[in-house]
Design a protein around this ligand. Structure first.
Ligand code: ATP
Length: 507
């Protein structure tokens, strides 16, 4: 029997487990770390690879209409002029002149404190799970501190981007709590700049790509000319992207170097783009569920028409319930023919596909599902993490930490444990099975410590199954004990059954 409870601070528990068990480390930690950068440890790198590989298998190998590419991180600077990133890939930046803190104006909120219908001051708060409640509490505190009598109105939450020139000097900085130090928002370009070649001047400026998507547009013609793709078809890519985020935060959710899995699905300009968009929206949700994300944590956010870029017909984000609130996990955008048209214009090279049926050249439109590997990584950790009270063989209650990861993505699929370390027959049999398993699956051999401890170690890294080699194995029928991570139930199975189980569940 076990009881499960969500820890009071799930994020803290996740960061601690990630460090302790070798999933994620701060980058350059011995030098104090570098804000917005992370390293993936031995367990993390396996989990990340598995997420990537599952996506690639399902998106590319298991479909006839999608091909993969891998393009360079640094591309011709003209690419980013054509795409609009040089002029417009900006976030609104606000400085606090006193604390030197920087904020994204669209993540900074404020409200007037209104007492008996009159504004008596302002309060501010950074975006959180419940910014409204935080601002209301701040308003009540403001009123108490200033000993103002009267009825406090419910606060009207506003984004700092909406603050008027007259209001800005009156809004307190979240760092100091005092008004007067926040600057008006200004556009901050998030692309990392570098120089290509020995000369460092304006002509050598290049950028680390802020998205992988432009690689697919720039190589569109190459793919069309060198493969036998027919509309509709997709080009997929997995790779690193870089954004000089103003406020990297929430662990690996928003970092400055991250990995994207993007796919551009090219369709005929007259095709039913809405139906295609819906289809991809469904596909992406189904895929997330196939790697173990519970439906209860997923929701959709339709971008309001007035907030869409002028070329975008529709964008829907798949949102995930992270410990710090519901946030974007996967964006699915209908981008019209904007990107190909832009590259055609800037490069002078036609970006067309010959439509056999209509006997004409067309510039295809595109549906783009774009997701971050690191955000999926954090989502599967958050959804899978549990702390449980369980009873050991002697009936004592102890705590177990378990990561309920899908077998598809778990870093280790199966652990092989000889019951005793000092019994040659047991260890030899266990090693033989382990060597057979590891040819196909990420397996782990562990003979150190009490069996219960060894189970707990595997629970913490999300290993779905442990196999124990005991005396029955060597003296009787060759079967072993299979222990299930989630139910902790044990049963005896044969080697053939074990391989069949793995074949079925690790796909
Ligand atoms: P956000 O609004 O959260 O900044 P975005 O809408 O700018 O994200 P896109 O440009 O649509 O993001 O990028 C596609 C995907 O890449 C996102 O859905 C997300 O999963 C991932 N992503 C974007 N920025 C980051 C980042 N700084 N760190 C980690 N993943 C990111």
């Amino acid at each position: 029997m076990s009881t499960t409870a969500e820890p009071s601070n799930l994020m803290e528990s996740l960061v601690s487990l990630a460090k302790r068990r070798g999933f994620v480390y701060p980058s350059s930690e011995i030098y104090g770390g570098l804000n917005g950068f992370f390293d993936y440890g031995p367990m993390g790198v396996e989990l990340k690879r598995n997420i990537r590989e599952c996506w690639w298998r399902d998106m590319v190998h298991r479909r006839d209409d999608i091909v993969g590419i891998e393009t360079s991180i640094i591309m011709h600077p003209k690419v980013w002029e054509a795409s609009g990133h040089v002029a417009g890939f900006t976030d609104p930046l606000v400085d606090c002149k006193v604390s030197k803190q920087r904020y994204r104006a669209d993540q900074l909120f404020f409200a007037a404190v209104v007492v008996d219908g009159k504004a008596v001051g302002y309060v501010s708060a950074l975006e959180s799970e419940d910014t409204g409640a935080e601002l209301q509490a701040a308003a009540e505190q403001f009123k108490r501190k200033k000993a103002i009598q009267g009825a406090l109105a419910t606060v009207q939450v506003r984004e700092f981007t909406e603050a008027t020139e007259a209001e800005i000097p009156l809004i307190p900085s979240p760092a100091t709590g005092e008004p007067g130090s926040l600057t008006p928002p200004r556009a901050f370009n998030m692309m990392f700049e570098t120089n290509v070649g020995a000369l460092k001047d304006a002509s050598s400026v290049a950028y680390l790509r802020p998205e992988t998507a432009q690689g697919m547009f720039v190589d569109f013609k190459n793919v069309v000319d060198t493969t036998r793709v027919k509309l509709p078809f997709g080009i997929a890519q997995i790779g690193k992207s870089f954004r000089n985020e103003i406020t990297p935060r929430n662990f690996i959710f928003r970092s400055r170097e991250f990995e994207q899995m993007e796919m551009e699905y090219f369709i005929h300009p007259n095709a039913d783009w809405l139906a295609c968009h819906e289809e991809w929206l469904r596909w992406c949700q189904d895929w997330l569920k196939s790697i173990g994300l519970p439906e209860s944590h997923l929701s959709l956010h339709e971008h309001p028409k007035e907030k869409l870029a002028f070329y975008s017909r529709r964008t829907v984000d798949i949102m995930f319930k992270y410990p710090f609130g519901v946030q974007e996990l996967w964006g699915i955008a209908a981008r019209s023919d904007y990107d190909l048209q832009q590259h055609q214009k800037f490069s002078g090279v036609p970006q067309v596909f010959f439509d056999e049926a209509g006997k004409q050249k067309v510039v295809p439109h595109v549906i783009e599902p774009a997701v971050g590997v690191d955000r999926i990584f954090l989502a599967v950790l958050a959804a899978g993490y549990a702390e449980e009270d369980v009873k050991d063989e002697k009936g004592n209650v102890e705590k177990r930490t378990v990561l309920r990861l899908s077998p598809r993505i778990a870093p280790v699929k199966v652990a092989v444990l000889p019951l005793l370390k000092n019994k040659e027959q047991l260890t030899a049999c266990a090693r033989e099975l382990y060597l057979k398993l590891r040819r196909r699956y990420a397996a782990f051999y562990d003979d150190g410590g009490a069996i219960g401890k060894r189970y707990r170690r595997q629970d913490e890294i999300g290993t779905p199954w442990c196999v124990t080699i005991d005396f029955e194995t060597i003296e009787k029928d060759g079967t072993f004990t299979l222990r299930d991570r989630d139910s902790m139930a044990q049963k005896r199975i044969t080697e053939t059954e074990l391989f069949a189980l793995l074949e079925e569940r690790v796909y």
